[in-house]
Write a protein that binds this ligand. Structure first.
Ligand SMILES: [Zn+2]
Length: 540
């Protein structure tokens, strides 16, 4: 067989395997050559397209659609409306959806042209020294907008004096460096992520017609939070000198003098879980068991008493109020709260009331910033302390405990706390040492807050209002809060976003989002997003 085979094969023809490899090599090199040609073509083509786009951008003179574009849009709508009429299943929801879908591209086109026009008419000068920029290039930038992605060309150049490279049109359009979000997308990212976790925010945004990734939303919201903190710092810095404070208080008193009013300030704190070991490896974190820790968020609220009223169901509602929430410590809370209090009329009133629980730091703030204020211990915290004694003496939830505590709760409401203290002191001798120690803690609590425990006047005023025979003075007094319920409900509202099961924060992350949330609650959103003024004259 071998002999025959050798004889029949041509001696000059290479082996079949060699032929196969050569063939493959030839095909490969042909393919590579084609690819090189194609990519060169593509680059050339892309270059030409970019040059054409730049030329078109530079010549944009109007944002409006052309008659042809308008006709195409109208035609598309007509077809869609015909579908709605034919299909009995398509309700108004479908009509809304059709109009939205049909309008996306025309609106995007107009937004892109209007932005282009604004960019083209922005002077190419340095933002600091107004010198004409040099080495100017015309560069495209992609922007995520309310109407989808826009491409806008802008001049980019260097200031010969400051040496800085700048893009004046970006400032004019309100675009941040290295961020794709338009001002509207910046705002929506901030709003959504401060209200809900980013994975939910992505889906909500999508339903509202915004195609944004979780990463974009999260990163943009954080950036906005940092911006909000800068704005907040700038307003709080106005409190650095006594002259500034006086001027600020004076400027907020301008305008017609109002009736005398009481300013109420409530202060509290809650805790948030942070992961301290961000960036650490799993092993390091496993070794350090304390990597996740609880930290205090300090909160406060300020309102005028005449903005507080009762619903028919006896629930308090406050029509206008300011909030403060910060993870940056007590001094930060103090400054921010002072600033909000001035805005609420601290300089216009002589009657300020601070309400809080037993925490020492609260009363230190009151002493430091609101030294002439009346102070009130939250009545319900005082009740809790008495209940705690009752439960220790007679067992939790027993009728004996309830029977023992009842007259003492009544005493507190009648401003007879010294009698309550005496009752507690008389108890001490018959108790074990451990119980004596616990009881002493409670006695100390009531003694230290004695001057903050005046409730009778309010309770009597409320009774008079109920019986329909209050004096004008009682009418006002009845509206005063006995406790710090307003701030406690505020804490719960913040916690809905910031204290979810399994949630960990970083200090930078939670402070940024909490700052955004507070701007929103305080009706100061348009300070961050001036375009909001167009459609919401008042957010409150
Ligand atoms: Zn310059």
């Amino acid at each position: 067989m071998n002999v025959v085979e050798n004889h029949t094969r041509s001696p000059r023809r290479p082996h079949v395997k060699v032929r196969k490899v050569r063939k493959e090599q030839k095909e490969l090199s042909q393919l590579q050559e084609e690819q090189i040609h194609r990519s060169v073509d593509e680059i050339l083509h892309a270059g030409q397209a970019l040059a054409a786009a730049a030329k078109a951008a530079a010549s944009v003179t109007q944002a409006e659609l052309t008659n042809t574009e308008l006709a195409v849009w109208q035609g598309d709508l007509k077809t869609r409306f015909a579908t709605v009429q034919e299909d009995s299943q398509q309700n108004l929801g479908f009509i809304e959806e059709h109009i939205f879908l049909s309008s996306c591209e025309p609106l995007r086109l107009q937004a892109q042209r209007a932005a282009q026009l604004k960019a083209n008419t922005t002077s190419c000068v340095c933002s600091k020294c107004k010198t004409q920029l040099v080495s100017v290039k015309y560069i495209a930038r992609k922007i995520d907008s309310r109407f989808g992605q826009l491409v806008v060309f802008r001049h980019y150049g260097q200031c010969p004096d400051c040496q800085e490279w700048q893009c004046p049109a970006d400032d004019a359009l309100g675009l941040a460096k290295n961020a794709v979000a338009s001002p509207y997308v910046q705002e929506v990212s901030a709003l959504l992520v401060s209200k809900m976790p980013s994975e939910q925010a992505v889906l909500v945004a999508q339903r509202l017609g915004l195609d944004l990734s979780r990463c974009t939303l999260h990163r943009e919201a954080h950036r906005q939070g940092v911006k909000a903190q800068e704005v907040r710092s700038a307003t709080v810095t106005q409190l650095d000198t006594w002259e500034d404070i006086k001027e600020l208080a004076h400027s907020s008193t301008e305008g017609p003098q109002s009736q005398p009013f009481t300013l109420v300030i409530e202060i509290d704190a809650w805790n948030i879980r942070e992961r301290d070991g961000w960036g650490q490896t799993k092993e390091l974190r496993a070794k350090d068991k304390t990597f996740s820790q609880w930290h205090w968020v300090y909160v406060g609220t300020v309102f005028r008493l005449d903005h507080r009223s009762q619903t028919a169901g006896n629930r308090a509602i406050i029509s206008q109020r300011r909030y403060v929430a910060t993870r940056l410590g007590i001094p930060a809370l103090m400054r921010q709260l002072h600033r909000e209090a001035i805005d609420c009329g601290l300089g216009q009133t002589k009657d300020v009331l601070v309400i809080g629980d037993g925490a020492v730091w609260i009363w230190n703030i009151a002493k430091d910033r609101f030294c002439d204020a009346r102070q009130r211990l939250d009545l319900y915290h005082a009740d809790e302390h008495l209940w705690s004694v009752a439960n220790q003496l007679y067992g939790k939830g027993t009728p004996e405990a309830a029977q023992w505590v009842k007259p003492l709760l009544e005493q507190i409401r009648n401003d007879q706390t010294p009698a309550t203290i005496q009752t507690l002191q008389e108890l001490e001798s018959g108790l074990t040492q451990a119980l004596q120690k616990k009881l002493q803690t409670q006695i100390n609590y009531f003694q230290s807050h004695l001057n903050r425990m005046c409730y009778k006047e309010i309770i009597d005023a409320r009774k008079a209002v109920k019986s329909g025979d209050p004096t004008p003075q009682q009418k006002l007094k009845a509206n005063e809060p006995l406790g710090s319920g307003a701030i406690e409900s505020t804490c719960r509202q913040y916690q809905c976003r910031f204290k979810r099961t399994g949630q960990f924060w970083s200090l930078a992350g939670d402070e940024a989002l909490m700052c955004l949330e507070t701007f929103w609650r305080n009706g100061r959103w348009e300070e961050l997003y001036p375009h909001v003024k167009l459609s919401s004259p008042s957010l409150n």
